[in-house]
Design a protein around this ligand. Sequence first.
Ligand SMILES: NC(=O)c1ccc[n+]([C@@H]2O[C@H](COP(=O)([O-])OP(=O)(O)OC[C@H]3O[C@@H](n4cnc5c(N)ncnc54)[C@H](OP(=O)(O)O)[C@@H]3O)[C@@H](O)[C@H]2O)c1
Length: 461
Amino acid sequence: MNSFRFIVTYHVSRITFYASRFAFSGFFVEDRLPSKKRYGVGLLGAGTVGGGLIRLLHEKLSHHQLPVEIKKVGVRNLSKTRSFNLPGALLSDNLEGIVEDKTIDILVEAMGGLEPARTYIEKALLAGKHVVTANKQVVSEYGDYLSQLAQSKGKQFLYEASVAGSIPIIEILREGVIPDRIQAIYGILNSTTNFILTRMTESGEDFHEALVKAQELGFSEPNPSFDISGKDAGQKLAILISILKHQPCHPAQLDARGIDGLAPFDFQFARDRQWRIKPLAIYEEASGKGFASVEPVLVPASSIFANVRNEYNALCFSCQNIGRQIFIGKGAGELPTASALLSDLSKITSSDGHEQLSYEPSGAAREGIQFCSSIENPRGYGFYIKCSLSSNAVKRRRIREVVGQVGEVFEESTTGQGTNAWFCAVTQKILHSELYRILNEILSFDADARLSWLRVLQETD
Ligand SMILES: NC(=O)c1ccc[n+]([C@@H]2O[C@H](COP(=O)([O-])OP(=O)(O)OC[C@H]3O[C@@H](n4cnc5c(N)ncnc54)[C@H](OP(=O)(O)O)[C@@H]3O)[C@@H](O)[C@H]2O)c1
C-alpha cells in the first residue's frame, strides 16, 4: 500500500501541474497571439455540461482569459429555465444554422446521443471549423473517421471531456506523459455505477434503492441503461485503447457486463472476506492479443480502487518498467466535465489552431493487436460463483462436486428458502473458458439454476 500512496501523491501533484499549466496558458494566451484573434464559439447543448461551460467562461473565470466568444448556443427548448446567465438572443433552436454560421470558428458539441450530433460534427469539420466534444458515443464509434476528416481540413477534433471528466487522461495518453510501455489499464470510468455500488456496499441498499438515490442526486440520467449495462464505460475504454494502441477499437469488441444482477447478498459475502465490488473497465494483453471488458469485479478492501467512492473515477496503468501509475478525480458532473471542454478550447486557441491532434496519432505505428473475447484469455483468475440452491438434494450434491473440483465451496447460504437460497464458491485461478465450462455443466443437470459470477482481481494480477 505504501507504494500506492506514493504514486497517488505523486500524481496529485502532476495533476496540479496540469491544472496550473492550463491556468497559465489561459491567463497569457492573448499576449502570445500576435493577432489577438478571438475565436467565435458555437455551443450545441446547454444542459449539465454545456451549461457548465457557459458558467465557467462567464462566471467562474474571467472571460478575458481565453480569446473566445460564445456566438450561439443551440438547445431544443427555448423556454426552459437555465442555470446560467446569457443574453436570450444567443439561444437558438436552429442547430443547423449554428453549424453553418461563418462567424463560428469552433463548434463545441455537448448535446449527446449519436444523431444528430455526429452529423453536426461532420458538417462543422467539412465547413473548416475546429470541433470540441464531450460525446463518448460519437468518439468511440466515429473518432477515427472524424479525426482523419479534421486532419484533412487542417483543423482539430478534440474530446478530452468524453472520458473521466476532470482527469486529463486523453492528453496524458496522447502526449506520452507516461514514459513506459503501458501493458494494462484498470479503470473506474462510470460515476453512476460507482456511486450505486458504493451505496450498496456502505448502506446495504439494494440495486433499485441505490439507483433512485443516484437519480435524486443527479448522478444518473433519467434513462440509466447505458450506465448500468456497462456500455457507457465500454465506449470510454474503447477510446482509451484506440489512443494507446494506435488503432481503432470499437465498443463492440469489448465484453460488457452490467451491475443490475448484483444483490445485497453479494456485498455481504464480499464484506465478510475483506473484498469490495467495483465497476471496472479492464484492458489486458496476453500472447499478443488484447482483452477488454467492463464488469463488476471483486477487489481487496485495501486496494486503491476499493477506496475510490461515489462519483469519483480512477485510472491505473500497469507499466512494463515503472510499475503502476494511478490517476483519480471526479468523473462526471457539470464543472468537472466542462473543465475538460475548456481545456480543449485552450489547446486550440493557444496553438492558434495549428497543432494536429488526431484520434490515431499520425506516424505512430499500428500495433496490430487483435481484440479478443475473454473466452480466449490465456491468463487465469479466481472467480466468485453464485448459484441458486435447488431443493433437489442430488442436484445440490452435483453442483458442489463440479465447483469443488476447481475451488473452495464457501457456504450454502442461509439467505432464504427456495428461490432465495444461494450457494457460493470461490475458485482457484482458472481460465475464463474453464469457468464457462463449469457454468454450462451445472446448467446441463439443473436447467433452472440461476448463476452469476464475478472475477476476483488481486493486486498482483
Ligand atoms: N453529465 C455529465 O456528467 C457528463 C460527463 C461526461 C460526458 N458527458 C457527455 O456530455 C454530453 C452532454 O451531456 P449532458 O449531461 O450535458 O446532457 P443534458 O443535460 O441532457 O443536455 C443536453 C443539451 O443538449 C440539448 N439537446 C439535446 N438534443 C438536442 C436536439 N436534438 N436539438 C437541440 N438541442 C438538443 C438539450 O436542449 P434542452 O436544454 O432545450 O433540452 C440540452 O441543452 C453527452 O454526450 C454526455 O455523454 C456528460
